[in-house]
Design a protein around this ligand. Structure first.
Ligand SMILES: Nc1ncnc2c1ncn2[C@@H]1O[C@H](COP(=O)(O)OP(=O)(O)OP(=O)(O)O)[C@@H](O)[C@H]1O
Ligand SMILES: [Mg+2]
Length: 134
């Protein structure tokens, strides 16, 4: 069964900190909610806890960003993948980014904004976060 979390903007810092503490590697997060509801804010907040130094911005045009990160729990170095599928029309477009080759792998953590675009293709263990905005 897919795990679902519902979040308002004010809850993001606390939940991101909790999520960061528990990551083992291999997690896939589907970030779902309207424009400006906090999907990128959550990604930035989580990234800070994983020692990502660069500024995380929404990959609106590149569709995908990949940054080196470090997990809190086991100090493992991982690749932090951040996708924005707002402009994506179908799963083939997402697949062309290599998504299915890296998501779920233990050396990666993947966050997908607008994952509802590919909802029925998401891995079984995907953690769904619904953003409510204010
Ligand atoms: N606690 C808070 N209270 C009010 N506003 C907040 C709070 N935290 C973040 N914000 C603001 O809410 C907005 C959330 O935007 P964000 O880019 O994260 O949304 P998004 O879901 O990624 O949107 P998009 O679909 O355009 O990618 C930002 O302008 C941010 O500054
Ligand atoms: Mg965004």
């Amino acid at each position: 069964m897919k795990k679902t979390i519902n979040l308002s903007l004010s809850e993001i810092p606390e939940i991101a900190a909790q999520v960061a503490k528990n990551l083992d590697g291999g997690e896939v997060f589907a970030l779902i909610g309207p424009l400006g509801s906090g999907k990128t804010t959550f990604t930035q907040s989580l990234g800070k806890h994983l020692e990502i130094r660069q500024k995380i911005t929404s990959p609106t045009f590149t569709l995908l960003n990949c940054m080196p990160a470090k997990l809190k729990k086991n100090k493992k170095k991982i690749a932090f993948y951040h996708l924005d599928l707002y402009r994506t029309k179908n799963f083939a477009e997402a697949k062309a980014l290599g998504l299915t080759e890296f998501w779920g792998k233990t050396h990666t953590v993947t966050l997908i904004e607008w994952a509802d675009r590919i909802r029925r293709h998401l891995p079984k263990k995907t953690i769904i976060i619904n953003f409510k905005g204010q």
